[in-house]
Ligand binder design. Structure first.
Ligand SMILES: Nc1ncnc2c1ncn2[C@@H]1O[C@H](COP(=O)(O)OP(=O)(O)OP(=O)(O)O)[C@@H](O)[C@H]1O
Length: 252
């Protein structure tokens, strides 16, 4: 059974049909790319998958359960995490704290325990620090744990966003243009990181990206969206050589 099965998904904003009859099936462990021209509806699909937008039609089945109608926090608990096109870190918090805020799916203590610094609070905080450092180490950022996140270079801020999303312990990680604004060296490093976390965290990844080098380098399956509708689905080789895709998106 696929980890994510999306059927006939659609949404309208007033008279605009932003996404129509969108179907996708993603096997567990797959690294999957969603591509298409600007305004095709890619981020709108992410917003529906994460409960930010309520679809007008269709179903989103994650691991056998329909998540349509759940709010973003409930969907995060069900196992979908995301990053955003524009970096949305807590700039005035440390790198470590940015990761720790996302650990609440796994760790918790009562308000009273926190105020009174009871044993439960101390144990949980120690465990959270250890877990957050472990995640940061995968990104080679454990030594920067105590600096302000806004002081990180751009490429590292993007990685920290991914680390924070991973801290929610997702089954499915959605990355919205993870390479946006990166230079070629940062993009190459990011490609290695994305492949590594898929293996190390045993997760499934769906990413939106305009950088075709990244897409063809790491994705195993692609779906192309055009004017809110699926143009085609297949392997990167088949999709990127499809004349319709070349005309609609790649512009050659
Ligand atoms: N909340 C909203 N209200 C009205 N229209 C919206 C809303 N959200 C998205 N849209 C419209 O839906 C369409 C798809 O937008 P979307 O941002 O999903 O495209 P995209 O494929 O992610 O584009 P890009 O590659 O530029 O990020 C656009 O016409 C956009 O203006």
């Amino acid at each position: 059974m696929a980890l994510l099965e999306v059927k006939n998904l659609g949404i309208s904003f007033g008279g605009l049909r932003a996404v129509d009859d969108f179907n996708i099936s993603i096997e567990k462990g797959c690294l999957y790319g969603l591509i298409g021209p600007n305004g095709a509806g890619k981020t709108t699909v992410f917003n529906m998958l994460t409960g930010v937008y309520l679809p007008t039609d269709g179903s989103i089945i994650l691991d056998g359960n329909n998540v349509v109608g759940k709010n973003p926090a409930q969907i995060c608990q069900s196992g979908i995490a995301r990053t955003f096109q524009n970096i949305r870190l807590f700039g005035k918090m440390s790198v470590l704290d940015n990761v720790k805020v996302a650990l609440h799916n796994e760790y918790s203590y009562s308000l009273g325990s926190g105020i009174l610094h009871l044993n439960k609070y101390k144990k949980t905080e120690t465990a959270m620090n250890e877990r957050a450092l472990e995640i940061l180490k995968v990104f080679d950022m454990n030594e920067q744990a105590h600096i302000l996140s806004s002081n990180l270079p751009y490429g590292k801020q993007r990685k920290l966003e991914i680390a924070r999303a991973l801290a929610t312990n997702p089954k499915l990680l959605l990355l919205d243009e993870p390479a946006a604004g990166m230079n070629p060296n940062e993009t190459a490093e990011l490609m290695d990181t994305i492949s590594l976390i898929r293996d190390k965290f045993d997760i499934t990844i769906l990413l939106i990206e305009h950088d075709m080098k990244l897409v063809s380098g790491i994705c195993e399956q692609l779906t192309v969206l055009n004017f809110g509708m699926v143009l085609t689905t297949g392997t990167p080789e088949a999709v990127l050589n499809d004349p319709e895709v070349v005309t609609a998106y790649l512009g050659e």
